[in-house]
Design a protein around this ligand. Structure first.
Ligand code: ZN
Length: 274
């Protein structure tokens, strides 16, 4: 075996430096390739992570189809204006303002499905069925702040990286880059809409929404009211769709109360919007 020697035949520090260099090169090569994945179906190597720009583009692309799927935009302009007012107040007057997501709020026409969604990148939706059951502005803020929490925490992109959706990421990237067929768009939107977040993601969004609400001047206890509205709705024949994608409201109330206590150790101020 050849030793490493300098040109004068003396042993040198090259030995260790060379080995360290090789290790660093190997680590970076392994790191580079593990951020890509081989897709045996397309027989292509693909990137599996979405950039924020791609996330925003993906959400925007999926929006028209999601709106169609849930009864179109609600004809009530006044309702849409209220959703916009509360939504933008939340994103402008809370920690959410520190991020560059492109927010839009949509009141959907669906009067049967009780649900709210967020697409990656900032598109937020609430159905007329859920909207009409809310009793106060603060409750609406609670729903929207929870969805904003999913956007800010990038739960969608996280899920997509972890789950079966990885399979569809070729499609997702194509959709994000404006380079997809109608079929691909439909497939990716379907996956996004039916994607359920994990329990931890939901509780994280609840915690974030308590903070965002308080920062924007809403009483975070209104989020407990939202859980009660959902629990009441589940008493009827029709189980709200919300439950297929969100944990049981009763189980969340205690966690929300704990988060409020953490945010306001001395009690909730009295001047917040209920
Ligand atoms: Zn959620």
């Amino acid at each position: 075996m050849f030793g490493f020697e300098n040109r004068y035949g003396e042993p040198s520090g090259m030995n260790i430096r060379f080995i360290i260099g090789v290790i660093i090169a190997l680590v970076s090569i392994v790191g580079y390739f593990s951020s890509r994945e081989y897709n045996p179906v397309t027989k292509e190597t693909q990137f599996v992570s979405l950039s924020p720009k791609q996330e925003i583009a993906l959400g925007l692309r999926a929006t028209p189809q999601l709106i169609r799927q849930y009864g179109g935009m609600h004809p009530d302009q006044n309702g849409q204006a209220i959703v916009d007012k509360v939504g933008f107040r939340l994103v402008k007057q809370s920690d959410a303002a520190k991020t560059n997501w492109q927010y839009e709020f949509h009141l959907l026409g669906d009067t049967r499905t009780i649900n709210a969604f967020a697409l990656p990148g900032g598109q937020v939706f609430i159905t007329a069925a859920l909207y009409s059951r809310l009793k106060t502005e603060g409750q609406l803020a609670g729903v929207l702040a929870h969805e904003i929490g999913h956007v800010v925490a990038r739960h969608g992109a996280e899920r997509m990286a972890k789950s079966q959706l990885t399979q569809g990421l070729t499609g997702a990237v194509a959709v994000a880059s404006g380079d997809a067929s109608a079929t691909q768009i439909a497939q990716v939107v379907g996956e996004l809409v039916n994607m359920s977040y994990g329990r931890d993601d939901e509780l994280e969004s609840d915690r974030l929404s308590v903070r965002f609400m308080a920062q924007a001047g809403y009483d975070p206890r209104a989020l407990i009211g939202v859980m009660e509205v959902l629990a009441q709705a589940s008493g009827g024949n029709r189980q709200p769709e919300f439950f297929s994608t969100h944990p049981n409201p009763e189980n969340r109330i205690e966690k929300i109360k704990a988060a409020i206590k953490e945010e306001f150790p001395g009690g909730v101020p009295s001047n917040l919007i209920p």
